[in-house]
Design a protein around this ligand. Sequence first.
Ligand code: PLP
Length: 385
Amino acid sequence: MAEYKTMIPCQRHLFEIPEGVTYLNCAYMSPLMRSVVDAGKAGLERKARPWEIRTEDFFNREEDLRALAAQLFHCTANEVAIVPSASYGLSTAALNLPVARGQKILVLEEQFPSNFYPWHRLAYEKQAEVSIVPWPEDGDWTASVLRELTDDVAIAALPHTQWTSGGLLDLARIGEACRRQGTALVLDLTQSLGAYPFDAEKVQPDFAVAAAYKWLLGPYSLGVMYVAPKWQNGKPLEDNWIQRDNAREFSGLVRYTDGFEPGARRFDMGERSNFALLPAATRAIKQLLEWGVAQISETAGALNRQLAAAAAEVGFSSPPEDLRAPHYLCLRRKVGIPAELPDILARQKVFVSVRGSSIRVTPHVYNLATDGDRLIACLRQIAGG
Ligand SMILES: Cc1ncc(COP(=O)(O)O)c(C=O)c1O
C-alpha cells in the first residue's frame, strides 16, 4: 500500500505496539499510550500511601476530566457527568425521560445492547414500544431514522456511528427533527467521540454518553456523559455521598442533605474520584485534543479510504464514503467470510474484528501504511489471489 498522506504523522512511538503487530481494532478496545499507563500506575501507587491522599484530592482530578470531556462534547464542564460505562449513562437517561403508554422508543437495527436493554425495560414498564429503524439497503441511516421519526416517538436512542456497519448518522439533522416532534434524543457516542467531531450545541441531545476505552484511548470502567441543562435536576441512578452539596466537608457528611453538587455532577457514579482511572483518562483526552478530533478522523479515514479501494479489488464491498464514519470501515463479501480467515489473521498478527459476514477495520494514529498492506495480503489469501 502506498504511503498515505495524513494530517497527523504516525504516533506509534507513544504506544507499546510491538513490531509485527498490526492493530486495526480500536472499535474493540484501544491500546493505551505509555503516558496513560504511567498516569494510571502513579494513581494506583498513591493508594499505597493513603496518608498522603488529602480531602481535596477527591475533588480536583475529576474537574480536569470534566473540562476536557466538555471540549469533546462542545459543552461546558457543568454539563458533564462521570460514569463507569455507556450502559450506566443510558440507564440514567431511561430513568429520567418520560414516555407514555403506546408511545415509541426508536433504536437502530443491530444497535449495541447497552443502548437497547434500558429502552426495552422502560418500554415494558410503561407499556410503550421499542421501534426498530430498519437497516437501510442504500446505507443511508439518517434517511431511515427520519422516516421512522413520527410524532408518537417519545425517545430516539441512537449512536453517531452504527457499530456493525460503520454507518454515520447526521445528528444535526436528526436533532432538529427531534425538536420539531418533541422527541427526546439520547446518544451513545462510544464508537465516535474522540474520533469524529461532535457538537452538543448543534445537535442538542438530552443525554449523550461515551465509554472511555475505545476512541477516548482511555482505561476500562470509565466514561463521560453530557446532560442537557433541562435534565440537570433529574434523578441519579444511584445515591452516593460524593454527588451531594456537603461532600467536601468530610466532618459533616452525616448532616444529611437533599442538595446536590451543581449541574450534571449529581449523575456522577460512586467513587468517581478513582485515583488510577481518572488521571489515565485525563492524560488520554489531553492528547486527543492536542492532535485534534478532526485531524484524527482525517488520519484514520485516509487509511480506511485506501483499504476500502484495495479490498474492493479482492471482492469486498463497503458503504459509500459519504455514508460511513471515516474511522470505521466494515468490509463485506457476498459469498461470506471463510472459516479460515481468523486463523490467517492470527498467524499474521493482524487484529481486526470478524463478525458474521463482515470485517471491521478501525485504525488510529498509531497505524502505518504497512498495516494496511498486511491486512490486504490476508484478504488476498482467502480470495485466492
Ligand atoms: C456502540 C457501543 N456502545 C457501548 C459499548 C460499551 O458499553 P458499556 O460501556 O455499557 O460496556 C460498546 C462496546 O463495544 C459499543 O460498541
